[in-house]
Design a protein around this ligand. Structure first.
Ligand SMILES: [Zn+2]
Length: 113
């Protein structure tokens, strides 16, 4: 995953939202990053410092909430958190489980003034 280009896109969205609100400064941003999204939070935080330079988001605080992977087993009709990148159900070994969460990359909140 390319954290810098990802962050550039995220900042673009944030700047567009801030300007829509007539804000002149972004103070805080929150993102949700799934454990299976391939994004490294530390790399994202570093990219954030770089791409916000010279923008109204410079100096803003970035909060990253990591989201654990959650899968659903159609046999057992229950959710579980796979211990690794294998999505088999720990109860019955069903491989056709569905990933419900863990792949998200979202900008969830923006604090501006
Ligand atoms: Zn199962």
């Amino acid at each position: 995953m390319h954290e810098v280009s990802l962050m550039e896109q995220t900042i673009e969205i944030a700047l567009a939202q801030a300007s829509k609100q007539g804000a002149s400064q972004i103070h805080r941003m929150k993102m949700r990053i799934g454990d299976m999204s391939g994004v490294v939070p530390e790399a994202l935080a570093f990219a954030f410092d770089v791409v916000t330079q010279g923008t109204i988001a410079a100096g803003a605080k970035l909060e990253i909430e990591s989201v654990p992977v959650t899968c659903f087993c159609p046999n057992c009709q229950q959710e579980f958190h796979p211990p690794d990148i294998f999505y088999e159900c720990p109860e019955c070994g069903e491989p056709r489980t569905k990933m419900l969460a863990g792949g998200e990359i979202e900008l969830t909140s923006l604090e501006v003034s």
